[in-house]
Design a protein around this ligand. Structure first.
Ligand SMILES: [Zn+2]
Length: 212
């Protein structure tokens, strides 16, 4: 491999980072290698500008993370559901945060009907959200406003999807403490907006989706 193709600069940054953490907190990695006890599961967008740990200023070991395009929780997505199951049943996280972000490219593509190949099928889930909230979104003037409102509504729907899983409802029925939160992150200011759609018991699940 030529020098040009190597990632030596990243390996060097890694060595510096690990040494820095270790000098600030001697034994940090050794201790963390024994077990993880995160209290938070983060379900966020894969966008490079929305890194889970950095946004909430948490260290390795404090957030269990699942990211995909436009932070979608699909009822039959084994990948996402496996993460949720492990986080809830094994790690016993106390909070699940669904964090979207304004100006999300996935949400924008879903809204504008751009044909971008295979990913159309993934974005179809966001089109479903758009259909549910179409009158509110269409009433807005600019495309930016429309995209941003759909980013918020998408998070709210994904919070509902998490709450509808048997994994989460079983946990609540066992008396496990668990709250699902909906957040949207601003790329232009680094700030999180709480959407006020948190769910913390089966009373918060739509009757049509409540499991008995
Ligand atoms: Zn995004």
């Amino acid at each position: 491999m030529s020098k040009h193709n190597s990632l030596e600069h990243l390996l060097e940054k890694n060595r510096d980072w690990a040494a820095g953490v270790e000098s600030e907190r001697p034994g940090f990695f050794q201790q963390l290698s024994q077990q993880q006890t995160p209290e938070i599961l983060w379900i966020g967008c894969a966008d490079s500008r929305v890194p889970a740990n950095q946004i909430v200023d948490l260290l390795p070991g404090e957030v269990f993370v699942h990211r995909n395009i436009a932070n979608v929780v699909v009822h039959s997505d084994l990948n996402c559901l496996s993460v949720v199951q492990y986080a809830v049943e094994v790690l016993k996280v106390k909070h699940i945060i669904v964090c979207g972000h304004y100006g999300c490219g996935g949400v924008q593509a879903a809204l504008t009907g751009q044909n971008i190949g295979l990913i159309n099928n993934w974005l179809a889930h966001i089109k479903d959200v758009y259909r549910m909230h179409q009158s509110d979104i269409d009433a807005l003037e600019t495309e930016k406003e429309k995209v941003d409102l759909l980013c918020e509504r998408n998070v709210i729907e994904q919070v509902a999807n998490v709450s509808q899983t048997a994994i989460v409802q079983d946990a609540w029925n066992r008396g496990q403490e668990l709250t699902i939160h909906g957040w949207v992150y601003g790329l232009d200011n680094g700030r999180v907006k709480e959407l006020g759609c948190a769910k913390s018991s089966t009373d918060d699940v739509l009757p049509s989706h409540r499991l008995v």
